[in-house]
Design a protein around this ligand. Sequence first.
Ligand code: SF4
Length: 374
Amino acid sequence: MVSSLYIHVPFCVRKCVYCDFLSIPHDGETASRYSEALCTELSLVRDSAGPLRTVYMGGGTPTLLGSDDFSQIFERLRRDFALVRDAEITAEANPGTIDSRILGRLYDLGVNRLSIGVQSFDNHVLKTLGRIHSASEATAATEEAKRAGFSNISLDLMYGIPGQTMTSWKETLSLAVDLGPSHISAYELTPEKSTPLFSLLSSGTLTLPDEDLVLRMYDNTIDFLASHGFRHYEISNFALPGHECRHNLNYWERGEYLGIGAGAHSFIEGLRFRNNGDVAQYIADILRSEVPRLDEQQITPKEAIREFIFLGLRRTEGISMTSPLLSGFDLPAALRDLEAGGYLETDSLRFRLTRKGVVISNTVIVELLNALGL
Ligand code: SF4
């Protein structure tokens, strides 16, 4: 039974230059109607999930919703779904959109994990990214979140940004740790084709740091965060013991999930599908009590194995050698070359990426899939 719920809030103050997420400019009236649609969809799909272990409200910028909108959504969620006693309930927050009032309301509504999109504590880097907040606002937002009662705070950071130096990145990591989060996500900037960043790079207006520097930034991240007690549990994610993101672990374990909101994806009983990404159309459909499933795709056994390996190797604990999905393969033979090259390691129980393998994880995983004939 599905036990993870994702709620998408597709509004932002303005688009960051690197962003290819589903988000549109915020306006209060549309946001209110959207909240109403979310409540309706929660009721329409209430039978699709069992007791929820994780709820994740992401975006976009969820913290652009008003206090009343949040109240309605959470009241409907608790009315139509059961939540396990220690359910992890996360909301993403943009430092440019939060104050003590909204944080207090989220906390009172039962949100017990806050994921703050800091990206950098270097104002020059934040400007390059087109973020709406400054470094000091990110610091103030994190401190305000702690005052509001949040003890499980994740900070999102980004490296490999045009103009970013190793000194700037080290300072960002250090300032992040000083704020006392329980979790840090550190993502390499990936220029997506549809974004203004891609055009700026293509025209030579901006230049990415060279590959060697980006690899060293990542390497430094792993060492620095480990020295401060953060366990590197997924390629881009680090947590103090017991604070791994349970919602995201479910994705990497290829668990089922239900997504509500414009463009939200679901994975249920081997079927992947998504909601309409056109916000106006989404609202209109839902308020007519229709939830069209777009791009329905039944995952084939071969695709399931590919997904299992691709997602499983993202976790540093790796994959069990005795996973039923891998039972028909000569695993030792497929792993041999990558193990000899120092990219994968095995013991009698599991195989996983090594430190050398994790920095080029995509290449290693593709080679493994090829070796398995997938
Ligand atoms: S705040 Fe997040 S979702 Fe919104 S534009 Fe920036 S990166 Fe995209």
